[in-house]
Ligand binder design. Sequence first.
Ligand code: SF4
Length: 318
Amino acid sequence: MSLFEVKNVKVHFPIRAGVMQKPVAWVRAVDGVSFTINEGETVGLVGESGCGKTTLGRTILRLYDPTEGEIFFNGRNISGTNGSALKAFRRQAQMIFQDPYGSLNPRMTVGDIVGEALRVHKLCSGNVPERVAELLTAVGLTPDHMRRYPHEFSGGQRQRIGIARALAVEPKFIVCDEPVSALDVSVQAQIVNLLQELQEKLKLTYLFIAHDLAVVEHISDRVLVMYLGRIVEEAEAGELLSNPLHPYTQALISAVPTIDPATQRKRIILPGDVPSPINPPSGCPFHPRCPIAIKRCSEVVPAWREIRKDHRVACDLA
Ligand code: SF4
């Protein structure tokens, strides 16, 4: 059953100028995205920096309002929800941030940070410290840590505090926004394993945003590849890694390091940078960088096609 259904969502931000601050252009951060997330699964979302991953993650949590399109959570349209209905939705859908230090208030103790959501949502009345101790233990910290401040912890421990804070309201769904990108490689595996253990124990559903395909493959059931505000490929994680169809996905996968010489791929270096989302290229948005582009690619937007079961791609030559 689908927990989330995202239908043709667009998020455009205005660029304002002049005395009247009128919009003179629009940043098309997310430009017509549709996908579903089933209950209990982890969907990976990959792409280069600036492709719109974080904006999309924040939009489905309604931290940003969609410019167009609809978002359904548990069958209910939450695209325009406000007030108490939005607050009730936010209890069920939380976020873990990339920067575990920047997202924690340095003036608050860990007990106050994790307990804040319990107080805001009026959960666990009168018993907050006990519940905070339980949450800290669940993420591999100890109850003693609740009296300390964020600066007293390592990067990995701070991310554990961020996870405990997200779990405080007993959510069903969590957007993990590059949760291990800022951490040492040795700590990354611990955090990914913790997220997997918690998912199993608490029956959580994740949208896991990352630019590192190796991490995404490890944790995800299904992967969405995003380029310039659009989804360009979708497949089950193993299928995507072993049989990428879109030239952009092929380039991303060729950059994944491997220690087995038998599975080493030739590195595909894409020319240029990701174009500006203010004025995206015509036709296929990837055509200025695509190594196999033909004339037609700059004229026609490629159709979103299912090439084989549950493997879809936006490339007319795939
Ligand atoms: Fe490349 Fe053309 Fe396919 Fe776009 S449609 S990915 S430009 S081959």
